[in-house]
Design a protein around this ligand. Structure first.
Ligand code: ADP
Length: 431
């Protein structure tokens, strides 16, 4: 600005140099007139540039046409550069913030940022869906007023975030969220909401499983212990002693079956699938029929029907176990005089192994749960026939490892049909 001042003074001086001789030698009014005109023009020049600056400062746009005149051009140039840099910095910051928000949105966990009074500063889309929030409307609201569950409010007010809060949201009762609160930047809180529904279900299944196994083993163990006590305390004749020993052996056998089925199930679940081999189906089906007849002891009609010769690609022991379970169930649950059919068909989509019986059938409400571990329609009947309640769970897992589907159709009083459907890539056609 000092350059501008010097320039103005020089112009004023130049005007005076012209005005003074004119006033002295020609006429005073002419001198004053020239002097005033000179100063007026200067004033006008500054006023014009000042007005332009004033207009611009009200709506500062980065515009290359922002030019001043004379020394004012330097001022306008510096302002232009400053404004441009400022805008570039703001754009860069905005881009960084947008990236941070995008990262927050990309998280699969819900994220809510809160201030010390639990007012919402930000939340991502996952959190919106989880808690039923809408950030445009709910920004600045207290989260406790929006998630109206006492345990949630208590968790926030207690201010002890060493352990996460397990919350079943009001809107989705079947879901479970683990809520972690992490204090940051002094008074702010970052709330992370993890959907742990799956883990919770697995946990529950594991707990139920342990309880079921204990229960299943406890019953025969209690009976065994009781017989042992009787044998120790009471003198029995040989026949009675034999009867007791037989009952003890039955209970031990039952425990053995449960443990064996548990081991089979755990190996199918945890071990990687064994190498595929070509399973000779006609040999396997023939063995299944012979086993069924042996188990039936002549009390049932056992039929084997093969439609279209085909072998399977898979793990033979697992397939034997799956098919064997279906055939054994049919014999065990079908009353004497009934009929059991073992069927092996080529289908347009692959092949189907099925077992049909004329047994008691199963009510439709039980069918979706039959493959759960230890699920039985009739506990007593299952136990009496030597069932462990794990057979169909083993079937389901074995078939799953062969990409096969288990299809169960049944009608109470008429009989059941259990079918394993194999996809085309598992089937090797024989001619
Ligand atoms: P279990 O060892 O009790 O037979 P499974 O898992 O093999 O256990 O079968 C589960 C339940 O399904 C059985 O308890 C029985 O109630 C029912 N079930 C299985 N197969 C048949 C069938 N062929 N006819 C009638 N009910 C059956």
């Amino acid at each position: 600005m000092s350059g501008q001042l010097v320039r103005s003074l020089l112009i004023a001086l130049a005007t005076a140099l012209v005005a003074v001789p004119l006033g002295y030698f020609v006429a005073p009014w002419l001198g004053w007139g020239v002097f005033c005109l000179g100063l007026g023009l200067q004033l006008l020049f500054h006023f014009r540039n000042f007005a332009r600056l004033d207009r611009w400062s009200r709506h500062p746009v980065v515009d290359a046409s922002l030019e001043g005149e004379g020394e004012w051009d330097g001022v306008f140039g510096r302002l232009y550069r400053h404004e441009k840099e400022l805008r570039q910095q703001i754009a860069q910051r905005e881009q960084e913030i947008a990236m941070l928000i995008a990262a927050g949105q990309a998280l699969t966990d819900g994220v809510v940022l809160l201030d010390l009074e639990h007012h919402i500063l930000f939340c991502n889309r996952t959190a919106e869906a989880q808690l039923g929030l809408k950030i445009e409307v709910d920004r600045g609201q207290s989260i406790v007023n929006l998630v109206r569950q006492p345990e949630f409010a208590r968790y926030l007010s207690d201010n002890d975030f060493s352990r996460p809060l397990s919350l079943r949201p009001e809107r989705y009762r079947e879901r479970v969220y683990a809520i972690h609160v992490i204090p940051y930047a002094g008074s702010r809180r970052l709330m992370q909401i993890k959907d742990v529904t799956q883990e919770d279900r697995l946990d529950q299944t594991r707990r139920d499983f342990v309880a079921n196994v204990s229960h299943e083993l406890r019953t025969p163990l209690t009976v065994l212990a009781g017989f042992l006590e009787t044998l120790q305390e009471i003198e029995l004749d040989t026949e009675e002693r034999q009867r007791y020993l037989q009952m003890m052996s039955d209970q031990a056998g039952r425990m053995q079956s449960i443990v064996q089925d548990l081991l089979t199930l755990s190996s199918i679940e945890s071990a990687p699938p064994p190498e595929d081999e070509v399973v000779d189906m006609s040999r396997l089906l023939d063995k299944l029929r012979r086993d069924a007849e042996a188990l039936s002891g002549g009390r049932h009609t056992v039929e084997l029907e093969i439609d279209g010769k085909a072998d399977l690609l898979g793990a033979e022991p697992e397939l034997v176990s799956a098919f064997g379970n279906l055939v054994t169930n049919a014999i065990r649950y079908t009353p004497p005089g009934g009929r059991v059919r073992i069927l092996w068909n080529r289908t347009p989509l692959g092949a189907e192994f099925a077992v049909e019986d004329t047994g008691p059938g199963i009510d439709a409400k039980h069918i979706p749960r039959l493959t759960e571990r230890f699920y039985r329609v009739d506990r007593g009947r299952s136990r009496d026939s030597g069932g462990t309640g794990l057979g169909l769970a083993i079937v389901k897992h074995s078939l799953g490892r062969h990409q096969a589907q288990l299809d169960i159709r049944s009608e109470v009083g008429k009989g059941s049909r259990f079918a394993a459907r194999f996809p085309l890539h598992r089937v090797i056609a024989q001619g």
